[in-house]
Design a protein around this ligand. Structure first.
Ligand code: Z5A
Length: 214
């Protein structure tokens, strides 16, 4: 499964980090370089995955067991890989995904306290070696992110969590970035959008140049 042609780019971050605000910008950068981009998200990205997303983010199953939550994330991911991500990569397209498995480590591992080795076992089973080629982690203090997110619609099943949950999510993301610093780039997302996009542009241009021109 790990043999692919296109490149796999993911964007991660906590609440209100600005993923939605920056994904279109990243997509434009890729397309301006002449790349064919498949833009998708997790949980979701397929018809079945979007149904699972509704179960995960909605309030119908408040109190869902944490193992159920983790396995639903990976069930949606298995479908997403089989139907969207792998066919696109194998066809030479680039895939730009709003969240992926780092979020399972951050939210289900860090946030909910599931043993990381159990998440790793699912990752190996479902992904069989496939990992993103590049990940942008939009990082900012919890308070700033919650203030920004609070100005939007109804909170989902994750957004109603307590401050300590989001601190654990953030520190797990930062641990991943420090451990896997070739793949994961930390973006300071607390600054104005134009400055966030300057950081993103620098990393994306360097990555695209390296991939296209060696
Ligand atoms: N999840 C999980 O637990 N495990 C997994 O494996 C996966 C996911 C894959 C999916 O939600 C949820 O699933 C997520 C983790 C969990 N938890 N939650 N919640 P999502 O990713 O779809 O939703 P989200 O995290 O809430 O992201 P979002 O809705 O896309 O928000 P955002 O991207 O973080 O922020 P935004 O909408 O771009 O910006 C928020 C506001 O801030 C907005 O008004 C912007 O105009 C403003 N903004 C953005 N940037 C700036 C700057 N730089 N300055 C000032 N204001 C700004």
């Amino acid at each position: 499964m790990a043999v692919t042609k296109g490149k796999f780019v993911t964007v991660e971050g906590g609440e209100g980090a600005g993923k939605s605000s920056n994904l279109a910008f990243i997509r434009d950068l890729l397309e301006q370089s002449g790349l064919e981009v498949v833009f998708t998200r997790e949980p979701g990205g397929t018809a079945l995955g979007e149904d699972i997303r509704d179960l995960l983010l909605g309030h119908k199953h408040t109190g869902m067991a944490r193992d159920t939550e983790l396995m639903l994330m990976f069930a949606a991911r298995a479908e997403h890989l089989a139907r969207i991500i792998l066919p696109a990569l194998n066809a030479g397209k680039w895939v730009l995904c709003d969240r992926f498995t780092d979020a399972s480590y951050a939210y289900q591992g860090g946030g909910r306290g599931i043993d990381m080795s159990r998440i790793q076992a699912l990752e190996e089973w479902v992904q069989q070696g496939l990992k993103p080629d590049l990940t942008l982690l939009l990082d900012l203090p919890i308070e700033t992110g919650l203030d920004r997110a609070g100005q939007r619609s109804e909170p989902d099943r994750f957004e109603v969590e307590q401050h300590a949950f989001f601190e654990r999510v953030r520190s797990t993301y930062l641990e991943i970035a420090n451990r896997d610093n070739q793949r994961v780039h930390i973006i300071d997302a607390a600054v104005p959008l134009v400055q966030v996009q300057e950081q993103i542009r620098a990393i994306m241009n360097q990555f695209i140049q390296a991939e296209l021109h060696g």
